[in-house]
Design a protein around this ligand. Sequence first.
Ligand code: NI
Ligand code: MN
Length: 225
Amino acid sequence: MVKVKFHGHAAIEIKGTGEDILIDPFITGNPQATVKAEELEPTMILVSHGHGDHLGDAVSISKRTGATVHTNFEIANYIGKKGGNAHPMHIGGGMNFSWGRVQLTNALHGSTIDEDGESIPAGNPVGFIVNIDGKTIYFAGDTGLFGDMELLGKRFDIDLAILPIGDNFTMGIDDAAYAADLLKAKKVLPIHYNTFPVIEQDPEEFAEKVGERAVILKPGEEMEI
Ligand code: NI
Ligand code: MN
């Protein structure tokens, strides 16, 4: 059994038998978070792109726990320089583990790390296909709708798609509902909404559009797949 916990915004924790994977650990400064970064004990961290609401606490959690951050080449170099533990990957590439596989996908977005008034290029943004304990989870990252989501739906048997619905920076409700169809996802979890005024959305409206596939989690809640 795989547990998927929502920590608010785009922070997701996937717990399998052999790994505790924390994705986009924006906890400090996340108005939706119900935990403190110091309370999380992941064994692996995934970061989709460099923006602060995704890179978040990745460096400090990696330093404290020793968890390896799997992310694109450019962000992995940054994390390494900051003293974190990172493994560089890139779009289309995957890695096998005893419990499954992590593969990077395309995402249509930007990626910079904004620090001390400077904007550091942080490679191309990515999404993740996580296969864990026989379940397949697609974490889209920050992205607009793109046609190759149909390819992902053909290539992978997706048990759960985790999709942004906030609009403005990413897909909104209508495009995310369309994406759910392209992906042929069995279940769909909306994220990246209501954290800030500019991405206010009603997840129930999304649930009406995708029907019984929808799973709405409040920050701090988890589901099983
Ligand atoms: Ni972003
Ligand atoms: Mn974002």
